[in-house]
Design a protein around this ligand. Structure first.
Ligand code: AMP
Length: 184
């Protein structure tokens, strides 16, 4: 049963690859970005609270993020498999994921990172901003999201490399090529 975490910079293809892997391995795809966007669209209490953070490209505080995600992970029955896309994004969240795993008797079997050169990431995000309307795909917000990734999320790769579950994949080329590399 696949229990994978996807850790990659904005625009690297987490969402696309996450959906495909979930389909291939028959497990749910849990994207924290999508869960949050759904709350914003519903105008729920949490949606209203997180909207401004997301709009400017900042991370949503853990006290809002963690209960939402844990609700989906644990649900009535803890999920036995999943592709978790967009979480963890900070050392604190990695610790939270670790503690959740310990408490539920679940180990993660892969942390997948996607490498894409910085200039290509910006191009991809600007293109996406013009195709699907995401209020955080503007050039200013993209820059901030990249800084947030470099400062808070990228150091996690070292942490997972140390735990020997990090799989680093070249994220350039076609969607099919990237999926094939991950599966290999
Ligand atoms: P994404 O769809 O993964 O690019 O996420 C979009 C936005 O949702 C991010 O820029 C953050 O504002 C928020 N977000 C998603 N996942 C997290 C997380 N694990 N922790 C905090 N904020 C998050």
């Amino acid at each position: 049963m696949l229990r994978a975490l996807l850790v990659a910079p904005p625009g690297a293809g987490k969402g696309t690859q996450g959906e495909r892997l979930a389909d291939i391995y028959g497990v749910p795809h849990l994207s924290t970005g999508e869960l949050l966007r759904a709350e914003v669209a519903k105008r729920s209490k949490i949606g209203l609270d997180v909207e401004s953070f997301m709009h400017r490209g900042d991370l949503v505080p853990d006290e809002l993020m963690a209960p939402l995600l844990l609700g989906y992970l644990t649900g009535p029955e803890p999920l036995s498999g999943f592709v978790l896309d967009g979480f963890p994004r900070t050392a604190e969240q990695a610790e939270l994921a670790h503690q959740w795993g310990l408490a539920s008797g679940i180990t993660f079997n892969a942390v997948i990172s996607l490498d894409v050169p910085a200039e290509e990431l910006v191009e991809r995000l600007v293109r996406r901003g013009s195709e699907v309307s995401r209020s955080d795909d503007t050039i200013e917000t993209i820059r901030l999201r990249q800084q947030v990734y470099a400062k808070s999320t990228e150091p996690l790769l070292e942490y997972y490399r140390g735990r020997v579950i990090l799989i680093e994949v070249d994220g350039t080329g076609t969607v099919d090529e990237v999926t094939r590399r991950i599966r290999e």
